[in-house]
Design a protein around this ligand. Structure first.
Ligand SMILES: Nc1ncnc2c1ncn2[C@@H]1O[C@H](COP(=O)(O)OP(=O)(O)OP(=O)(O)O)[C@@H](O)[C@H]1O
Ligand SMILES: [Mg+2]
Length: 248
């Protein structure tokens, strides 16, 4: 087992405490879903994965934003000391604004879906951006923003499969976030993400003794003998920091 683990190349998530749990990080080239309820840290996870890649590990990245405008993300990132703009100028990061077109609004961003939103156009932009800076990491935040018709299981499955297949085909290490609507609503927004992706990390924010506590669980991670424990984490001034388990 030890030799097999060594043959697999790992990509550091850049999230303190998480890489150890994952035996060094995500497997290079895999597609992982990060799911969780509102405000559990999915967007912060996405930005941290990409900024750590660009700043610490010399890996360029593409951030596909479907819900928040790039300007909002830049402002939020700055709170954790991640300055996205210089990374964009240096071509270490591209932010694709898919949120404006989704909302029917114009975009002043360099990378945006100008002819309206559809999955094929989005796929083309992701492809172009990845090739432009030779990106090694991609974050799609979030799948809920695709606005898929939940009643059409075939459309949902087809669209998410297409996106996941593109990301794998590009050879990048990628994450897609997915919003869980309620505690009883399953592992992801559409209930198919965890089957399509090669890994699933669930972020939670739950009340315990009158206080909300954050924790995460690695629910699935192919080719990785991962822990099944629940790990508490914090969102600090430096972003997400995962604590050793056993504390909750
Ligand atoms: N500077 C900060 N320091 C500490 N915690 C913060 C800071 N900024 C945001 N947070 C916490 O992070 C949460 C937002 O995280 P994030 O935007 O990543 O969540 P999300 O899962 O993407 O939410 P949504 O489902 O709304 O998109 C806030 O609700 C807040 O609890
Ligand atoms: Mg978010």
């Amino acid at each position: 087992m030890a030799t097999t683990q060594k043959l697999i190349e790992r990509v550091k998530t850049g999230i303190p405490g998480l890489d150890g749990i994952l035996h060094g990080g995500f497997i290079r080239g895999t597609n992982i879903v990060i799911s969780g309820g509102v405000g559990t840290g999915k967007s912060i996870f996405s930005m941290q994965f990409l900024t750590a890649g660009a700043e610490k590990y010399n890996e360029t990245g593409v951030l596909v934003t479907l819900e928040e405008k790039p300007s909002e993300l830049r402002r939020e990132a700055a709170q954790f000391g991640w300055n996205l703009e210089p990374l964009e100028v240096e071509k270490k990061l591209i932010i694709i604004d898919a949120a404006s077109s989704k909302a029917g609004l114009p975009s002043s961003e360099e990378w945006a879906l100008r002819r309206g939103f559809d999955l094929n156009t989005l796929a083309q932009e992701i492809y172009k951006a990845t090739k432009t800076i030779n990106a090694q990491r991609i974050a799609v935040d979030s799948l809920s923003g695709l606005g898929l018709r939940i009643e059409s299981a075939a459309e949902v499955r087809g669209s998410i499969f297409k996106l996941s297949a593109l990301l794998r085909e590009l050879g990048v290490t990628s994450i897609m976030t997915s919003e869980i609507l309620s505690k009883s609503a399953g592992l992801s927004r559409y209930g198919v993400e965890e089957f399509i992706a090669q890994g699933l990390i669930i972020l939670s924010l739950e009340e315990e003794q009158g206080e909300l506590r954050r924790s995460l669980v690695i629910r699935k991670m192919r080719a990785t003998a991962h822990s099944l424990k629940r790990f508490p984490f914090e969102i600090s001034t430096k972003g997400i920091v995962v604590m050793p388990s056993g504390e909750i």
